[in-house]
Unconditional design. Structure first.
Length: 150
């Protein structure tokens, strides 16, 4: 399960006196959902936003889960946040990428949600070829964390 993988990372980061971000508040969640709808006309996948309530993005060992952009937060995060809105604005400059919501990345992969099929994929970076399909965000997040800890 992804929580076990996250616990390993939290322990590892603790040895360097670093902390992961806490989850987002209801107010931050509402502002984030509203801004995503305004900017992209997207309804965010519930299983992605559910995890943001536990951990607002993470960067570890080259693997990044996008979180709520810092300008929407009420406090200062423990770790820099690679913002979902900011990164999607960048990635959506290419037309072929417009079918995806970008949720994270690594040196070799993008982690995305296909808006039309409502499925999660790991895409090769830079070709955009599908490398793996996931049955839900939690499965994709678990793989991200597991690969990050290797």
């Amino acid at each position: 399960m992804w929580r076990e993988e996250l616990d390993k990372i939290i322990t590892e980061m603790g040895t360097y006196e670093e902390e992961v971000n806490s989850g987002i508040s209801d107010e931050e969640f509402n502002a984030f959902v509203k801004k995503a709808k305004q900017e992209f006309n997207w309804d965010l996948p519930e299983d992605y936003t559910k995890i943001l309530k536990d951990i607002n993005g993470i960067e570890f060992n080259g693997f990044i889960l996008y979180g709520v952009d810092e300008e929407l937060l009420q406090g200062v995060p423990n770790q820099h946040i690679n913002g979902f809105l900011e990164n999607n604005e960048i990635w959506l400059e290419n037309e072929w990428e417009s079918q995806y919501m970008f949720l994270g990345e690594s040196d070799m992969s993008w982690y995305v949600y296909d808006i039309s099929t409502e499925k999660y994929y790991e895409l090769d970076n830079p070709s955009g070829s599908v490398m793996e399909e996931f049955n839900g965000f939690e499965y994709m997040f678990e793989k991200m964390l597991s690969d990050a800890f290797m």
